[in-house]
Each structure stands twice: as structure tokens, then as C-alpha cells.
Design a protein around this ligand. Sequence first.
Ligand code: ADP
Length: 467
Amino acid sequence: MNDKKKQKTTTTSKSSLSSSAKIKTQTKAELQESVAQLEKKVRALTELNRVHKRKIFDLYTIFEISRNFNTLLDYQQLLDTFIFTSLAQVGSMKAAFYLSSHDKDNDFILTKFKGSGKFPSQRLSFQSGSKMLFNLTKINRPSKIEDIINSTANKNEKEILSFFHNGLVVPLLFQSELSGLFIISDKLSSREFSDDDIEFLSILGNQISVAIENTWLFEAETLASKQLRETQQQLVHSERLAALGEMSAKVAHEINNPLGIIKNYILLTNKLISENNDAVEYLDIVNDEIDRIAKIVSELLDFHRPRGFELQQIDVSKLASSVLSLMSRQFEKNQVLIESSFDPKAPEIEVSPESIKQVFLNLIINAYDAMPHGGKLQVTIKTLKNDISIKFSDTGPGIPPEMIPRIFEPFFTTKDPAKGTGLGLSVCYGIIKKHNGSITFYNQEIGGCFEIKLPLINEDRSYEPNI
Ligand code: ADP
């Protein structure tokens, strides 16, 4: 090989060496780039995985929370649980429920609140039909208080919202209707609510609306069945009393005639025997006892056929005052204080004054009998929506609860046979029923109370005796 050729060969091998080095460097850089990209992808995937894991955790939490809400049937407990859960989950310090007042205005009133700092007065409510509420219903997602204040809130709404810092308003919708608002604010570490928080509260908001409606329905149902049970019990009780009264009145009717005959024969016998005969004294005793029977019989008859049942428009307060003044001397003697509080605006009502007087007298005498060592009788007259309420409350011993269901039965008495016949209250019951009213008794902390309710307008004016 000549020198020239040798040199060419050397140059060629040198250049091939440098190009292979170049390729190597390039591949290395490309590899590094790929590794970097791969690492980036792995990081992104790890992050995505973390987000998904968090989402799954959140969904699981929401699922558990919702399940918990749906098992709660107590309204107050449900609201409490919701507030505590929300505060803990999004790390906030303050939350409040504004729920429908369920009255004719249907405003949203402060129903439950928890947390630190000041809350708006309960007097302030969100009035239904406002622009802000309309907008929140339309959006149906949690909205930032700041945005609401700057857009749709009116003066009253701004005043309420100003109590909640950096807060969110979550509209609560049931069947597309706004049933309330949940406000949450004052996030710990004073950060803003994240998108995750908003998402979380939005889902929870939907859940709670249904749960609230369920508790409402459950409570309404419980109340309705309680009222139904009470009405049924009252019906059974009043039917029993009516049957007892009717039977007693029929018996009384039958006794009345022979009594009259016996009385006449006593008179005739009296005339036949000489004055200083012992028999005169015995006949007097018989006569007195016959009079006692006659009194009981006439009271029994009153149960179904009250005497002098003529309806008149009267002022019940005046009637009560006149009966009280009739008894005042006796009360004073026995150190029983009379206190009366009568509604001066109570309207006149249509009643049989004689019969109502008889009722008042019976209740006052019973109260007097219940306080043999003195005490206080309080008579209160109030006007209610459809009735006038007249209460007679005393400071006596009251009535043992197991006896209360029997006190209106004819002949139920705890008094000495010479003192009580057990007819007074059954007669009162009959009279009040004939006025389409009610008479009830309940024990108080001290003593007992009879409450009479007489309708302001009496539609049934016939008052035909039943027998
Ligand atoms: P009487 O007075 O003849 O016993 P009532 O029908 O008027 O008949 O009363 C029935 C029973 O109800 C009484 O025996 C008494 O036990 C009870 N009672 C009525 N009023 C009162 C009262 N104010 N305080 C306590 N017990 C009462």
C-alpha cells in the first residue's frame, strides 16, 4: 500500500469513528428524553391514581353518609348530623340551615345552626320568590356567597349572608322546588372552598333534601296516627258515657213514678197516726230519704234532659262572676282564695245560661271540696280561635291518673255517700256536650284543672233531648 492510499484509509476510519460516536450521543439523548417523558407520564398517572383514589374515597364517604341520613327519622337529629358531617368533611367552622317555614308565606327561616361566631337573628328570614332564591333554584349548585352578594341578593339577604365569611350557599331542592338553603362558611386555615368541597356539598345537598322531606312525612304520619288514636279513645269514652247516662236516665225515669206514689202514701199515713206516736218521727226520716232519692233521680234526668234549656246570647264572664260571688262567703270562711282572669274582649256566645251556671257551680263546689284546709281557686276565661276556654284550677290534691278516665261516669265518687252522689260531673259532661263543647280534666304541678271549651259559633242549635 502506497502512502496516499494508507492516508485515505486512516481518514475514512477516523470519520466513521466520529459518526458512530455521534450516533451514540444522539441515542443517549433520545433515551434520556424518553425516560424523562416516561417519568413524567408515571408521575401524571400516579397523580391521576391519587385523584381517583380520593374520588373513590369521597364517593364511598358520600354513600356512607347518605345511608346514615336515610336511616334517620328524627328531624332535629338529621339536621344536627348533617351539619356536623359537613363541617368535618370540608373543614369549616360555621353552618346553618334555612328551611321552609311551611306556613302560608313559605319563607326560609333559621332552623338550625352550629359553629363559632355570631349568627343572624332568627327574626331575619329569606323571603320566598326573591331573585336570589330563583337563581339558586335554577343553578341548583352551591354558589359562593361573595358572588351572590355581588349579583342577585337583596338588602335583607345581604344582611343575613354577611354573617358567613367566604361561605357557600347550597340550595336544597325537593322535586324541583326549593325546600331550603344550607350555608357553610369560615373554612379552617381561611382557604377558599375547593372544587372537591363544592362537588361534595352539591351531592350531599341533594341527599339531605330528600332525607328532610322523609322526616317531615314521618313526623306528620306519627302525629296523624297519634291524633287518630286519641280521637278513637275519646269516641269510645264518650259513647260509653252516653250509654251509661242514657241507661241511668231511663232507670231514673222509672223510679220517679213509684217515688211520687210512696210520698203520697207517707202523707196519708202521717194524717192517720196521732202526733206523739214514734211512727211520726220514723215517717219523717223516710220522707227525708225519699227526698234524697228524688234529688238523685232529678240529677240523673238532667244528664240527658237539662232543665230550662233555653238558649240566650250571654257574656260568659258575667255568668262566671255571678256564680263566684254566690260562693265567695263560703270560700272566704274556709280560707279559699278566688282569683279570676277574664278576657275582656271575649265575645258573647249562645248558651243555656241556667245549665252553664249549673256546670260552673258543680266545678266550683268540687274545687271547694278538694281544698278543705284552704287554698286557691283560679278561674280563667280566654278566647281561642273557635272557642271560649273556661278553666277552673285549684290547689287541691288533684285526681290520681288511673281515676281520671272514670270521673265523668255517673255515680263515680270518692266522697262519703252522704256528701257525694257521683253525678255532678256526669251532668256537667251532658250539658257541655249538648252545647257542642268539651270538658276535660288534667292534673297540674299543684292541684287539678277542669277546662271547658264552648264554641264561639254554634251550628247545631236544636239541642233536642235524647230521650
Ligand atoms: P261528687 O262530687 O258527688 O263525688 P262528681 O261527679 O262531681 O261527684 O265528682 C266525681 C269525683 O271526681 C269526686 O268524687 C272526686 O273524687 C273527683 N273530683 C271532682 N272534682 C275534683 C277536684 N277539683 N279535685 C279533686 N277531685 C275532684
